[in-house]
Design a binder for this molecule. Structure first.
Ligand code: SF4
Ligand code: SF4
Length: 189
């Protein structure tokens, strides 16, 4: 399962407590951990790892290091599955990532325990698993909910509530200012 533990609070709708993550991920059933779409197939992943060169995928040294860890974990722990199997098992189907248009490659993860619905490599899971689904952006607007991720749905619900509450506070300030202007204090009249 995806998201790293976070502390709740503040105005960031993507921040969840460990308890909230546990409830939502259990309710979801861990759909980000089986039939996982990924941009590269295993032939390319192994090629990048063998060459030790991921410069065409990442610009900075930090990004390259992170990506190499990610690719190494995938090569060791993910099993690529045929599109037809993905089509049968996927709980999602989204434009751009659909099993029809071939833009993604699909994997099972050997660290996913389907019986307990837990990640067996939670402490050592790769950056793409740790960051999912918000990748520390602090804004769920860009987070694709193609998986039907309940964290994304909840964060977007919180974001809408936050916007409504800010709008109400702004309306109140405007009304207060208008009423203040209508009956000024300390008038000479
Ligand atoms: S898809 Fe979202 S809610 Fe479901 S297990 Fe993954 S992170 Fe949790
Ligand atoms: S490593 Fe863990 S979090 Fe990542 S896909 Fe596998 S089971 Fe899920």
């Amino acid at each position: 399962m995806g998201n790293a533990s976070r502390k709740a609070g503040g105005d960031d709708p993507t921040r969840f407590t460990d308890g909230e993550i546990k409830i939502l991920c259990e309710e979801c059933g861990g759909r980000c951990c089986f039939c996982i779409p990924y941009t590269h197939d295993l032939v390319d992943i192994n090629g990048f790892l063998r060459s030790g060169d991921v410069t065409m995928l990442a610009e900075t040294r930090e990004e390259r290091k992170r990506l190499q860890q990610e690719l190494a974990f995938i090569a060791a722990n993910w099993i690529q599955i045929p599109v037809v199997e993905a089509k049968r098992t996927a709980t999602y189907d989204v434009p751009g990532w659909s099993t029809e248009d071939g833009n993604a490659h699909y994997y099972n993860c050997t660290q996913w325990d389907a019986a307990t619905k837990k990640c067996l490599a939670y402490g050592t899971r790769p950056p793409n698993c740790r960051g999912f689904p918000f990748f520390d952006k602090g804004d769920p607007s860009d987070s694709s909910d193609y998986l039907g991720c309940l964290l994304v749905k909840e964060a977007k619900r919180r974001q809408r509530a936050l916007i409504r509450s800010r709008r109400r506070a702004l309306d109140k300030r405007i009304n207060d200012a208008r009423e203040g202007a209508a009956s000024p204090c300390g008038s000479d009249a």
